[in-house]
Design a protein around this ligand. Sequence first.
Ligand SMILES: Cc1cc2nc3c(=O)[nH]c(=O)nc-3n(C[C@H](O)[C@H](O)[C@H](O)COP(=O)(O)O)c2cc1C
Length: 202
Amino acid sequence: MIFKPFMREGFMPLPVTFISTISTDGIRNIAPYSCIMPVLRPLDLICLASARKRDTLVNIRKTREFVVNMIGTSLADKVIPTAKYSPPETDEFELTGLEEKPSCKIQAPGIVGAYAWMECELFKEYEETNYILVMGKVLRLEVADDALSVDGGLNIQKARPLMMTGSQKGMHFCSVADIGHFEPFGAMFPDGNDPIIKHNKS
Ligand SMILES: Cc1cc2nc3c(=O)[nH]c(=O)nc-3n(C[C@H](O)[C@H](O)[C@H](O)COP(=O)(O)O)c2cc1C
């Protein structure tokens, strides 16, 4: 079957993250963002695509900071309440009953119940007529201890990352499954050594 090119995201499951920001007046904002990706390993940059009419974008531009909250399936029922339009003067933590997790490096708070938090500062923007790519530098990355596996990676069964695929009718929410297949990064290189392994140490 052939689909229209704009349907591309329907066939690449996307993470559902919550971006939390704070306005210059101290109003706390939350919005789901799925068009988000890290910029290459081992950089500390993360890139999200934002439409123009977003309080999130206004707040990021004014305060130069935001938190990427990685959420699990337990917060699926907060996606629509945070995605629905609400005026910029609405505190979306109060609106949705989500609790704030104070950040360490920035003013914008994270969200209690997420399994990981990336405190970011605005690094650069790429602007087009209808959208803006916002690049953030991750200043601090915290992962809930109970979402970690013994090898220090993400415990998929515990974190149950919330994902989404689109169809012509709407959004289908899902999670990911561990298929038990592991490869070291070094497997990609002829000598078996990962040239950037030293960056992995915290
Ligand atoms: C699952 C999901 C993912 C979304 N991803 C994005 C996105 O990547 N970029 C974007 O601009 N809007 C995205 N949206 C729409 C915004 O979340 C929505 O317009 C929200 O009201 C914006 O809030 P704000 O004005 O407080 O920033 C998404 C919505 C949903 C439900």
